[in-house]
Design a protein around this ligand. Structure first.
Ligand code: GAR
Length: 189
């Protein structure tokens, strides 16, 4: 049976687009919905370009269970967080055990937790003089950035690298690995 997937994103959505493209010709996986908590986010343009329906919602709507109800109504099997910055409510985690994955732009457990997202992560990595960073793809549990790790990949951080340089290296790892990791998790469902 085709797996129905929803992607949650809050910003540019370059990962969302990369995932959409990856599964375009895969009849086992249907990217059915893009959900976004920011009405001006560029991910909405990307979804439109690929003809994927999108839904904009508020933090309150998600906390009050409207989004979980929508996922159920749309018969969503699996959720991908691709640059999604709100905490997933406990009820949603409980309804989708090991069926929600997130990508974090650092090597968790380092540089994770509330407030650690996007460029803030890369700025912290550079400020600390780290010599490597990377990506972590993990299942989502009821705490920020602490569910079981599925996959990590690493990149070198040079002493001369700016946070933007690190972001470029980390994005490259995200584009190379996130769709494949999602595919292999979906194959085991
Ligand atoms: C990605 O680098 C992703 O790892 C990060 O936000 C970026 C979104 O980029 N996620 C987090 O920081 C979550 N804590 P995109 O919108 O272009 O895909």
């Amino acid at each position: 049976m085709t797996k129905q997937v929803a992607i949650f994103a809050s910003g540019s959505g370059s990962n969302a687009e990369n995932i959409i493209k990856h599964f375009e010709n895969n009849s086992n996986v249907n990217i059915k919905l893009v959900l976004c908590n920011k009405k001006d986010a560029f991910v909405l343009e990307r979804a439109k370009k690929f003809g994927i329906p999108s839904v904009v919602f508020s933090k309150k709507q998600m906390e009050e269970g409207e989004i979980l109800a929508l996922l159920k109504k749309e018969q969503i099997d699996f959720v991908v967080l691709a640059g999604f910055l709100l905490k997933v409510p406990d009820e949603m985690v409980a309804a989708y055990p090991n069926r929600i994955v997130n990508i974090h732009p650092a090597l968790l457990p380092n540089y994770g937790g509330k407030g650690m997202y996007g460029m803030k992560v890369h700025e912290a990595v550079v400020a600390a003089g780290e010599r490597e960073s990377g990506i972590t793809i993990h299942f989502v549990n009821e705490f920020f950035d602490s569910g079981e790790t599925i996959f990590q990949a690493r990149c070198e951080v040079l002493p001369t690298d700016s946070p933007e340089d690190v972001a470029t290296k980390v994005h490259a790892l995200e584009y190379a690995h996130f769709p494949q990791v999602i595919e292999s998790v979906l194959e085991k469902l």
